[in-house]
Write a protein that binds this ligand. Sequence first.
Ligand code: PGA
Length: 253
Amino acid sequence: MRKPFVAGNWKMNTNGQTSVQLAKRIAEGSAETAGHDVTVAVCPPFVYLQAVTKALSSSSIAVGAQDIYFEPDGAFTGEISPAMLKDTGCTYCLCGHSERRHVIGETDELINKKVAAAISGGLLPILCVGELLSERQASKTNEVITRQLKQGLAGLSAAKLSAVTIAYEPVWAIGTGVTATPEQAQEAHDFIRTLVGRMYNGQVAEEIRILYGGSVKPGNAAELMNCKDIDGLLVGGASLKADDFLAIIQATV
Ligand code: PGA
């Protein structure tokens, strides 16, 4: 049985005060689901990681970074290393989020280095994949996911894959209010699990957690979670409202 996993991606939102307030409200509210077997993580902006980790220290909520750099140190202005993230108390790290791919211009090759560096640095990467609307319309969804997964996971052994979570986030559903239907999401998740099985083995495919992301809200979380291959949710906008995020966590248990 795969344990449900809900992660909140705060993106470039909150400030020093509101990041801590939001973390504390989520920690207080999630005490109700504490008895349930669910992994919960929040991914604040880099500069608030330490404060949020501190605010969550007596809770079971983990903290993740929204990005990482693959080099251990050196002249890489503006970048943050795996060891620095570990230092702040991070457990998880998003790699290849669609905004990094399509706004910042990250390539599959760079994302692969980030995933590998995260694992070597003792972090648990969440590798994000997903197609653009034009790619879906051109029936290229599976082709895009295959490329992103094969290149994103290149060189990683089956043993290392146990550190990885995959997030399927169709780009057309992110921040648009348009959610993939449970059927569309399940189809993509099934495809991803089958592909992981072909790339590694059946056991790895059974064990890996695949999250859905893209306009997840309290009102659609339960129906998405009812899908056989959806193991959790990566939540953007709705993770900035404690009540909504808590309701989404509740829907997964
Ligand atoms: P959204 O973002 O929930 O606001 O669509 C999801 C994400 O980008 O991870």
